[in-house]
Design a protein around this ligand. Structure first.
Ligand SMILES: [Zn+2]
Length: 264
C-alpha cells in the first residue's frame, strides 16, 4: 500500500496536517478514537471531525462500544483499504486529466506575465487590457512556456506511475477480498447444508419415533395380554408352590423322623 499517497489524499480531503491519521490506522483494525487523539495530540472532537470527513467517502468504517464505566460510546476506526485505493485511483486519474489540460494549453496558447506583480494571464485577458498589467499598468511580457511544460510533463509521468502502482494494489486487494468473500459464503453454504442435513435427520428421527411409539403401543397391548397370561401362570404356579412348601415340610419332617428312628 502506498501509504504516502494515501497520506496526501487525506491531507487534501481533511486538511493539512491530518494525513498523519493514515499512518496511525494503517494495517490496524478497530483503533480506539481516544488513542488516535492522543497520538495526534488533538481533541476527541477534532479527531472525529477528520474521521467523519473520511467516512463520507467510506474510507474509514467504525464500530462502537459502550464504555461500561462511563456510560458513553467509544468509536473504533478501521481504514477501508479497498475504498481508499479506489478513491486514490480516481484522484490520480483526475490529476492526470488536469495536467494534460494544462500541458495542452501551454503547448498551444500564449501567456503573459507582469514581472513586478508576478501575475500571469492568458492571451485574451492580456489583449483586453492592452497588454499592460491590470494592477500596476506595467507592460506584460510573453511567458516562457518551456518551464511549465517541463514541470507538467514530470507531474504526468509521476502521477501515471503512481496510478499504475495503485491499480496493481487495488487488483490484489480486490482479489484477496473476493477470495475471503467466497470462503465466507462457502462456509455459510456448508453451515446451511449442515443445518439442513441436521434438520432432515431430526425430522427423520421424529418420524421414526412416531412409528416406534405406534409399535410400542401395539407391543404393549401384546405385552399386556402376555402379562395377563403370565400372571395367571404365576398365580397358578404360586398356588402350586404354595402347596409345595407344606409337602416339602412333610417330606422334611418325615425324613427327620426317619433319621431319628434310624439313629435310635
Ligand atoms: Zn503588475
Amino acid at each position: 500500500m502506498q501509504v504516502k499517497l494515501l497520506h496526501d489524499l487525506v491531507e487534501e480531503m481533511a486538511g493539512e496536517g491530518n494525513g498523519r491519521i493514515v499512518e496511525i490506522l494503517f494495517r490496524k483494525k478497530d483503533v480506539n478514537e481516544f488513542l488516535i487523539a492522543k497520538k495526534m495530540e488533538l481533541t476527541i472532537n477534532q479527531v472525529r471531525n477528520i474521521l467523519y470527513k473520511l467516512s463520507a467517502d467510506n474510507l474509514v468504517s467504525f464500530i462502537r462500544k459502550k464504555d461500561k464505566r462511563k456510560g458513553w460510546y467509544i468509536y473504533y476506526w478501521t481504514l477501508n483499504i479497498e475504498k481508499c485505493l479506489e478513491k486514490l485511483k480516481n484522484s490520480l486519474a483526475g490529476k492526470i486529466v488536469v495536467f494534460e489540460g494544462t500541458l495542452n494549453s501551454r503547448e498551444t496558447k500564449r501567456f503573459y506575465v507582469c514581472k513586478s506583480c508576478d501575475i500571469e494571464v492568458g492571451e485574451e485577458k492580456a489583449l483586453e487590457h492592452g497588454f499592460s498589467c491590470e494592477e500596476c499598468a506595467d507592460i506584460y511580457e510573453l511567458s516562457d512556456n518551456a518551464k511549465p511544460i517541463r514541470e507538467v510533463k514530470t507531474g504526468i509521468t509521476r502521477t501515471k506511475k503512481n496510478l499504475v502502482l495503485i491499480q496493481g494494489e487495488l487488483t490484489i486487494v480486490k482479489k484477496r477480498l473476493e477470495t475471503a468473500r467466497k470462503r465466507a459464503s462457502n462456509k455459510l453454504g456448508k453451515e446451511k447444508k449442515a443445518k439442513m442435513d441436521l434438520m432432515k435427520a431430526a425430522r427423520a428421527a421424529a418420524k421414526k419415533k412416531v412409528v416406534a411409539k405406534k409399535k410400542v403401543v401395539a407391543k404393549k397391548k401384546v405385552v399386556k395380554k402376555k402379562k395377563v397370561v403370565a400372571k395367571k401362570k404365576v398365580v397358578k404356579k404360586k398356588r402350586t408352590s404354595a402347596l409345595a412348601p407344606s409337602s416339602k415340610n412333610t417330606s422334611l419332617a418325615s425324613k427327620l423322623r426317619e433319621k431319628l428312628s434310624g439313629s435310635s
